[in-house]
Design a protein around this ligand. Sequence first.
Ligand code: NI
Length: 261
Amino acid sequence: MKNLLSLLLISALSSCAGFGKKETTSPSTPPLPLAPKSTPNTTYVKPPIQQISPTKVTWSSGRKDLKIIAMTFDDGPHPQNTPRLLDMLRKRNVKATFFTIGRSVDLYPHIAKRIVQEGHEIGNHTYTHANLSKLSEANVRKELNRGRDAITRATGATPRIMRPPYGALYKNQRQWIKNVYRYPTILWSVDPLDWKDRNASVVANRLTTRATPGGILLAHDLHKTTVDAMPRTLDTLIAQGYKFVTVSELIRLSKQQPVTN
Ligand code: NI
């Protein structure tokens, strides 16, 4: 929270110093020269915020100087496990991101609707959980369009991010998906292998010990054991001072990084 406050303060200072002029610094631009430490800040204030390229395509984590974390749940909605998970999240006021399978959204549209109504984010995870790296461009489009349309039909919301099933997507595919759909490709920083090890305590241990600031945690609300792992996972991370954000919020915050000297 202290970091967040200082960030807000820095943003305020920076917009004052720039007299409304927008910085157009991109990663290819060398950092602006720093003012000598002795220079009084009445004559020069170093712009303290550097914009990260808005065109960054793949995200596995966000900025590491804020104690934020994004919990993500793939392959739902599931008729029992997802509502149970939503209750746990609501009780703790935790916002998460769900990468739903379009086919399951068509089966359980009321659950998808509840996800959005309760303030969580929904991302596109294709319609049939296809391995996109093995499909033609036309079939990738079909998967993404059908996945998106199922979400929009059920919730009224349009997904703004995607995660490829199995994390399988070539670099050139990620780029054209970004160009065509504006979706960044979302991967993860922690994979607890919860699909393989159906043990709540193992899953909770892996998630809580491997979580780091700016992390994107992967889990599957398809599995009962994963949902069973959530009370302990969430409560432990909350006690450690983490603030849960959606993936789009993590990206938004991470596009502005403080300049480190
Ligand atoms: Ni998946």
